[in-house]
Design a protein around this ligand. Structure first.
Ligand SMILES: [Ca+2]
Ligand SMILES: [Ca+2]
Ligand SMILES: [Ca+2]
Ligand SMILES: [Ca+2]
Length: 254
């Protein structure tokens, strides 16, 4: 028999059960026997399409789940024929009514950048003994998962490779989305500062070299995400991992 009054009610949820809304649709596409939208002859198939653009919040929940309830009327009846969708996979033990699940592949990624400025404490116009190098470290969550347990390991050396110690820091100062120290949501940038007051060893070596290695954990993992800082200068031929170098000036009569 021919069914009429076909309607669809689409239910979209995230992996935590939170309600979502399709970005577009479901929209009528076609019928196999030429019926207009809402009518189905015996053995006729109507096709609808819809799509959802995965939001950051939904991505954090690991999946998007969708089902549709179709309702139609047989002759002389009202809304007496219904079915809940199945996912088209008959090998999953459910060939009748099961939710269409799209798993979101976790791609955790983190990026650390360290830049340096100097404070001319002795006001002589050059970078030399007892001046201060101020390091700004930014750590960005560039993946599609939240990150926790963020730690920094900072390595400072002089221009000859000798080990030096930061005078202060790295100290957490802020996060762009307000997360507490050690946690980064999607796209969030945490900022840390550190400083080094130039010692004679650094002067003798002609400069300092500083790198930070950041490590964090994606959901369900431990310390699985890491990056070595780059110096924030993408014109130096290394846009990935390169130490932040500060040259110390020699005073002419030194
Ligand atoms: Ca199934
Ligand atoms: Ca100076
Ligand atoms: Ca660089
Ligand atoms: Ca890097």
């Amino acid at each position: 028999m021919t069914l009429t009054g076909l309607t669809l009610v689409d239910t979209l949820t995230d992996g935590s059960g939170g309600s979502l809304t399709l970005t577009n649709g479901p929209s009528f596409s076609s019928t196999t026997l030429g019926s207009s939208p809402g009518t189905l002859k015996p053995d006729e198939i109507a096709t609808y399409s819809g799509y959802y653009i995965i939001s950051s919040a939904a991505a954090l929940t690991s999946s998007v789940n969708n089902s549709v309830l179709a309702t139609a009327s047989s002759p002389g009846q009202t809304n007496n024929v219904t079915d809940t969708s199945d996912d088209g996979d008959d090998s999953d033990g459910n060939t009748e009514d099961d939710v269409t699940v799209v798993e979101i592949t976790p791609l955790p990624e983190i990026e650390a950048t360290k830049t340096a400025t100097t404070i001319d404490n002795n006001s002589n116009g050059i970078v030399d003994l007892a001046d201060t190098i101020v390091y700004t470290i930014t750590v960005e969550n560039k993946g599609n998962t939240s990150l926790s347990n963020l730690t920094l390991v900072d390595t400072l050396s002089d221009g000859s490779g000798g080990s030096l110690s930061l005078t202060s820091g790295p100290t957490f100062t802020s996060s762009s989305a307000g997360s507490s120290q050690g946690t980064l949501t999607l796209g969030e940038v945490a900022t840390y500062i550190a400083s080094y007051t130039i010692t004679q060893a650094a002067v003798d070596a002609g400069g300092t070299s500083n790198t930070v290695v950041v490590t964090a954990s994606s959901p369900g993992n431990t310390n699985d995400v890491t990056d070595t800082s780059d110096d924030g200068d993408d014109s130096d031929g290394n846009t990935i991992d390169d130490p932040t170098i500060t040259f110390i000036d020699k005073i002419p009569w030194d």
